[in-house]
Design a protein around this ligand. Structure first.
Ligand SMILES: Cc1ncc(COP(=O)(O)O)c(C=O)c1O
Length: 393
């Protein structure tokens, strides 16, 4: 397939202070593992985004900068084009990152000691942002069938919701790669409405839905859900702009929005980064074609992984992913303890993956592999893995 954009050049990322490569020693105790962990991509950000940054630098004064209505309108138009979601400009606010946004939401809509539901195995900062602020985690663990396919446990959620103030969902879900469907989100929303829960919908991975699946925004499911939802979006995963610290929150309900704005005022958290703004505007304005190509590359990489896992199906298994560029791989049939698995992957295989237990309940025996990289890197990683797996036979 001929593509307009380049997703196959291997860039030397060492020495750029990038977390993925330059923090290997700290994370893995080893600076030579092939890093396939933290959620950024080994692809360059789109060339038109880099050009937008360059154009801004043609003016040498980098002073205080504000966001005009373009900040909301480019997101509004993007969400309509890509997810058939209609929003109003007034519902949109800047946030420097989705995780800080989760924290502002927790501080706004709950008090110390309140219970907040999360659905493990799930993105680690969901745990931290609740615990760090003396709220209490109520786990509503995902359930999986024999094929490893994850769904929500609604019976358990019905019970937990009676005691909780809020629920934080990952839609699509990191790390299990589910793209929640209309029916699932409807059931969740009904339970939230019945129990007066605020729903924090982290939709940072919403653009990274692979072929065969579709993203359903939580607030698109039912008009009533707009009154109880706070949704986060960002170009950071989609366009590999995590270093730019520019994301957005969408709060349709006036009551929820006003109280969130009060929290922002208290933290003086509105200024943001001028260069981040340039990249955000450019990506959401011009990014459609680039994203189409990215998805086709991610589809190919997903297929490479699925084929690999099926070749080793006696010891490995995986379901999906429907979305995200994360493969959530079950290594439990190898029979290692968690510490042995970690040690084997780092010191024998030479791969730096995210250890499953970091995602909480249900992470036991799993590893998360980031496959957003040129094909040669992925194939090299899998060849390292197959060499060690073959030795275990
Ligand atoms: C579900 C989810 N939310 C949030 C983030 C990070 O968001 P930010 O860098 O904007 O804080 C990630 C990054 O991996 C993620 O997977």
């Amino acid at each position: 397939m001929t593509r307009k954009f380049d997703f196959q050049t291997v860039y030397q990322r060492e020495g750029t202070r990038c977390v993925k490569y330059d923090m290997r020693n700290i994370i893995f105790g080893n600076s030579t593992v092939l890093p396939m962990w933290v959620a950024d991509m080994d692809f360059p950000s789109p060339p038109f985004v880099i050009d937008a940054l360059r154009r801004r630098l043609d003016h040498p004064i980098l002073g205080y900068t504000f966001r005009d209505s373009d900040f909301a309108s480019v997101l509004k138009s993007w969400l309509f084009r890509h997810h058939n979601l209609s929003i109003e400009n007034d519902w949109v606010q800047f946030v420097s990152g989705v995780v800080p946004g989760l924290v502002y939401s927790i501080l706004t809509y709950s008090n110390p000691g309140d219970k907040i539901i999360i659905q493990p195995p799930v993105y680690t900062p969901f745990f931290e942002s609740v615990k760090d602020h003396d709220r209490v985690i109520l786990e509503n663990p995902l359930v999986k069938d024999d094929s490893g396919y994850y769904t929500m446990n609604f019976d358990d959620l019905e019970q937990k919701a009676k005691e909780a103030k809020m629920i934080i969902i990952s839609n699509p879900h990191n790390p299990v790669g589910r793209s929640w469907n209309h029916e699932e989100l409807f059931r969740l929303g009904e339970i939230a409405l019945k129990n007066n829960l605020v729903v924090i919908a982290d939709e940072i991975h919403s653009d990274l839905v692979l072929s065969g699946a579709k993203h359903v925004p939580f607030i698109s499911v039912d008009e009533r859900f707009k009154e109880i939802a706070v949704t986060f979006y960002a170009p950071s995963k989609t366009f590999n702009l995590a270093g730019m610290s520019t994301s957005a929150v969408v709060i349709p309900g006036e009551k929820l929005r006003k109280s969130y704005e009060l929290t922002l005022q208290k933290f003086h958290a509105w200024l943001g980064n001028m260069m981040g703004l340039e990249t955000y505007l450019s990506a959401y304005t011009d990014g459609d074609e680039w994203l189409n190509e990215l998805i086709s590359v991610l589809d190919e990489n997903r297929n490479i992984i699925l084929e690999f896992v099926s070749k080793y199906k006696d010891v490995l298994s995986i379901s999906g992913p429907e979305a995200t560029y994360m493969a959530w791989i079950d290594f439990s049939k190898l029979g290692f303890t968690d510490d042995e698995l970690k040690d084997w992957l780092i010191n024998k295989v030479g791969l730096g993956l995210n250890h499953g237990l970091g995602f909480g309940t249900g992470g036991d025996g799993y590893q998360r592999l980031n496959f957003a990289c040129p094909k040669v890197i992925l194939e090299h990683a899998l060849s390292l893995l197959s060499a060690e797996l073959d030795k275990l036979k």
